[in-house]
Design a protein around this ligand. Structure first.
Ligand code: ADP
Length: 333
């Protein structure tokens, strides 16, 4: 359905996307996960033809998105980060007006508007003004608008940023329905829970590059393991020694440390850490946040991507992560 090859984007000599390759199948939800500034929106913009790549190409349903843009764009729907709805029009008018972009008018437009309103559970709100809608309802209306042309592929660029947890979950249900209806979905997010719940496959992005990819479960298991400990109140040297003896990976995390529990006899390791009498000790399942931390040295919700220093003992040579077991140091330390 979608193929991108060697995508690059440079703004004023700054390379913000560097060599992205991806494919997406029909009925698949592909997630692009990374911290703010990683290059996700720029990549998505290139995928749906809004941003012209400095190098590389994108094919959507066998059409080149740049040379056959108008044909290709008939197959796609886009939900951008901004709501960009017309505040002077009500819900229904917003849809009817937008339908003209797809040459849908008259009865056909009314019919499609009713269909998409039903799809996103907005029936009964037709007459509401945009400003009367909550953030979650506005997002649903933007999605309804993106579905007017019955697209094969939907791009969702951080669709739930700023929504409360309930509205976010409502939106997730709609994304699941899109997948069930056989559409391809490309989703960018910096919410790991969203990525873990919704995506069949994930591309992890940092500083313009894909640093790893796989299903959420496989990525977690391969890069981190099953379980981790969040530990506070133990000196760093003790953490280092414990981890070395256990042959496990650790990293400074939040106000303490993150340690992976070994696959063999995790209980004994847990007790050894417990014996150190930490002020806080949490044993939990490993998650995508941990994957990101291990691969990039960044926490997903860091405001800005800060490159790990090469002198620090680990790094991302050529942009790829080079994780290894043992006491890898955080650049800030
Ligand atoms: P993300 O979606 O992962 O937060 P973006 O793709 O929005 O990342 O941005 C990646 C980098 O590219 C950022 O440093 C951003 O400032 C820069 N950038 C994005 N768009 C432009 C633009 N039009 N001109 C200059 N720099 C840009």
């Amino acid at each position: 359905m979608l193929l991108a090859h060697d995508l690059h984007k440079t703004y004023a000599n700054v390379a913000v996307v560097r060599g992205v390759e991806l494919t997406l199948e029909t009925g698949e939800v592909l997630g692009l996960l990374g911290p703010n500034g990683a290059g996700k929106s720029t990549t998505v913009g290139m995928l749906y033809g809004m941003v012209i790549p400095t190098r590389g190409f994108v094919c959507l349903d066998h059409l080149d998105i740049h040379t056959q843009g108008s044909l290709a764009r008939r197959q796609i729907g886009v939900v951008t980060q901004e709501d960009n709805l017309d505040p002077d029009l009500n819900v229904y008018e917003n849809l009817i007006c937008f339908a003209r972009h797809y040459r849908l008018v008259g009865r056909e437009a009314k019919h499609r508007a009713a269909e998409v309103l039903e799809q996103v559970n907005l029936l009964g709100r037709e007459k509401a003004k945009v400003e009367e809608l909550s953030g979650g309802l506005k997002r649903r209306l933007v999605l309804a608008r993106a579905l007017l042309n019955n697209p094969k592929m939907v791009f969702l660029d951080e669709p739930t940023t700023g929504l409360d947890p309930d509205a976010r979950q409502d939106f997730w249900k709609l994304v699941t329905q899109l997948r069930q209806a056989g559409r391809g979905v490309l989703l960018t997010t910096h919410y790991m829970e969203e990525a873990e719940r919704l995506c069949d496959r994930l591309l992890l992005m940092q500083q313009g590059q894909i640093v790893d990819q796989g299903t959420p479960a496989a990525l977690i298991e391969r890069v981190v393991g099953r379980e981790v400990l969040e530990v506070e109140g133990i000196p760093r040297e003790r953490v280092e020694t414990l981890a070395e003896r256990g042959g496990v990976w650790w990293r400074p995390f939040s106000s303490g440390f993150l340690m992976v529990l070994p696959a063999v006899d995790p209980q004994s390791f847990f007790h050894r850490v417990e014996d150190e009498q930490p002020s806080r000790l949490l044993r939990r399942k490993a998650n995508l946040e941990d994957v990101f931390l291990r691969l990039t040295g960044e926490e997903l919700h860091s405001a800005q991507a800060t490159p790990p220093s090469r002198e620090s003992g680990y790094g991302i040579p050529g942009g790829r992560a080079a994780p290894r077991c043992g006491g890898e140091r955080h650049p800030a330390d």
